[in-house]
Design a protein around this ligand. Sequence first.
Ligand code: FES
Ligand SMILES: [Fe+2]
Length: 400
Amino acid sequence: MFSEMPQGLAGSLDAVTEKPGPGDLPRGLPNQCYTDHTYHAYEQETVFAESWACIGFAKDVPETGDVFPVELAGRPLFMVRGRKGEVRVFHNACRHRGFTLVDEPKRCKGVVTCPYHAWAYGLDGSLRSTPMIGGPDKHEIPDFDKKQFGLREVRSFVWLDFVFVNLSGNAAPFEEENAILLERWKEFENAPLFHGGDNSTVHFDLACNWKLAIENFCEAYHLPWVHPGLNSYSPIEMHYNIVEWAKFSGQGTRNYSPRLTEDGARFPRLSGLSEKWDTGAEYIAVHPNLMIGVHKDHIMGVLVTPDGTARTLERMELYYFSEEARGEGYSELRKAAQKGWQEVFAEDRFAVEGMQKGRHSPGFDGGVFTPVQDPPTHSFHAWVAGRLKRSQTDARIAAE
Ligand code: FES
Ligand SMILES: [Fe+2]
């Protein structure tokens, strides 16, 4: 599906995608990318629908038959746990009259039944039954081939516990698109992940564009002023930038040594990790909309969902590396970890919401990326701008 790039935008994108040279002071995306509804619609169709975007967590569908509705770029979808334990994603619309099949998370007994006329679909999306389709007591009719009316599946991929989809079907395979990142965090690839339960989830509803949440996550520059507490034990000078130009970016710390409770208790460490992770942790934004932190004792994932130009929903989930860590013995520690993350993200609220307000000012023109502190943010802008431009190229080729 192609839509047109809003007028006047193309000219600002080249400056954003160019990798800066020494002495350059590059500009960021212009205000319209944060405030304009036409732009937002275009961004949904390009940046979100054509990429591998995150829609949820595999733990949301723990058992065979579990379904969980989500939405991406305006499309209703649902995740389902299939018979072989796999997670699949389907368009959430009955093939008969388009009724929304799944409106809340639940466990289905073998089939997903449409509430309207009770057509039933297998967990693999195939249409299984069409009650009374030919009148009372007549559940089949000639010339109606059920095989043609299975649910439309969406291309999906689960990495760690994060569920990604590519709506357009045109993106390179997930592992190819994210090869460098997967290699960087290979040590966590097969980690056993145990979600900590109710006290390991945090939600935020922010009055800002989704990109500002990502941008703020990528940088460590604001630490001393926005997170004085965090900065006291993990100071800015212990942080480093992570920039894989126009692919992914974030920050790392060399000083990860959490003291969550007075008694100094610790979560079990993931076995087999190299020394780097003894005191190191890394925080990377997987574009467009997933923020992940990896540590020796837990993984933190935040799903970032835009709701229009100026509202963003964040859902954070915390995972530990052993069954034990989600047991009663660790509940105080889990609560402390949840509180710690909750506080840090709450401190960030004023930053992202303040930047959003500034995006309405004619006195702001995309700002400036300074060479030492801002490369991770610039890299994210370059990725976004690259997606916007690439989509135009695709549209041109398709039209020729
Ligand atoms: S709309 Fe689903 S069975 Fe008719
Ligand atoms: Fe922050």
